[in-house]
Design a protein around this ligand. Structure first.
Ligand SMILES: [Zn+2]
Length: 333
């Protein structure tokens, strides 16, 4: 968040002018970032939301949880199921008595705590990018806040801008692998592929993700990632870091276009190899743990015996015979 600084306001002056210049810089910063750069509670809420927004994620999309009639799907009436679950778990934890001191450090009073909760709820809910109604509402808010006709400096509009910028900020953090170096993008894209391919193989997805993964990523870059990076650049809050994000996104899109199909082939092979390794490990463990097969039994007269019991009986009989022989030798000798 320290980079939420428009580069033009980072000038330093010396001498008598310094103090008044500092005040001016802070208020300028406050104005340019709609209060985000000068509000520690908002900044912490963003970091906290990013940290907890996927707590207890079940590894399948919300639609699948609804279809499976999962407990949490019923609890949240099918709306942003995973997001609400993460939020309730993490926020509930923060409200436990163990964290009273932390809460008091974060928020001075009830009003601040309410504002903190509001920010966290809004941010985590913004990571549900599939829900059509939520998405439409967010897009409308963005247009209203940043349209030409929006009253530039009204308090209400500044507030609206702050809210909508935070929503897009957390969305960018949720897909931050696409906005970083190709190797970072590859690593996390592969993990997502494995998660979704596993779900499919386990019968928890209708469509095989490997079939359309290449095209899906292309569409994701063109219709979601690159427009998102452009929006963040255009809102003017993040200074130069936005050019960086947009550059990486454009670059990753190009790399994916050229190599994506090969990458998908590789990921499928890697999945199969991992499955083979896992099932072999399970088999080896089973062999080690398997109890010895029970011995077959047979009947001698009225007795049910096994090979071991007969061998033992024979052994003790032989001992008896030897003892008797020794005693006989003593007696005759
Ligand atoms: Zn996430």
């Amino acid at each position: 968040m320290s980079r939420i600084i428009a580069p033009s306001s980072q000038q330093h002056r010396y001498g008598d002018q310094q103090k008044s210049q500092e005040v001016k810089t802070v208020s300028e910063l406050h104005r340019q970032t709609y209060g985000l750069a000068t509000d520690p509670l908002t900044q912490f809420a963003c970091v906290f939301a990013a940290l907890i927004h996927d707590v207890d994620h079940p590894g399948v999309p919300n639609a699948q949880l609804v279809k499976e009639e999962a407990k949490i799907a019923r609890h949240y009436k099918g709306k942003s199921v995973a997001e609400q679950n993460s939020l309730d778990l993490a926020y509930g934890l923060l409200m436990e008595s163990d964290y009273e001191l932390l809460r008091a450090t974060l928020c001075a009073n009830e009003t601040e705590l309410r504002r903190f909760r509001h920010l966290v709820v809004n941010s985590v809910m913004a990571t549900d990018i599939v829900d059509k109604n939520l998405k439409a509402a967010r897009d409308a808010r963005w247009d209203r806040a940043f349209s030409e006709s929006a009253e530039a400096d009204s308090w209400e509009n500044s507030n609206r801008k702050a809210t909508i910028v935070i929503e897009h900020l957390i969305q960018a953090s949720d897909v931050s692998h696409t906005l970083q170096h190709w190797q970072v993008y590859r690593k996390w894209n592969e993990r997502l592929f494995m998660e979704m391919y596993t779900a499919f193989k386990e019968g928890r997805a209708e469509n095989d993700p490997s079939v359309n993964w290449y095209e899906g990523e292309m569409g994701f870059f063109d219709y979601y990632i690159i427009p998102l990076a452009k929006k963040l650049r255009d809102c003017g809050v993040f200074g130069v870091s936005c050019d960086e994000m947009l550059d990486y996104a454009t670059n990753n899109r190009e790399e994916w276009e050229a190599q994506g199909q090969e990458v998908v082939e590789y990921m499928i092979t890697a999945y199969e190899a991992e499955q083979k390794r896992k099932s072999e490990a399970i088999r080896a463990k089973e062999m080690r743990l398997k109890p010895a097969a029970p011995e077959s039994t047979f009947q001698i007269g009225e007795n049910v015996v096994t090979k071991t019991s007969v061998t033992e009986a024979l052994g003790s009989l032989m001992m008896k015979v030897q003892q008797m022989e020794m005693a006989e030798q003593q007696f005759t000798g």
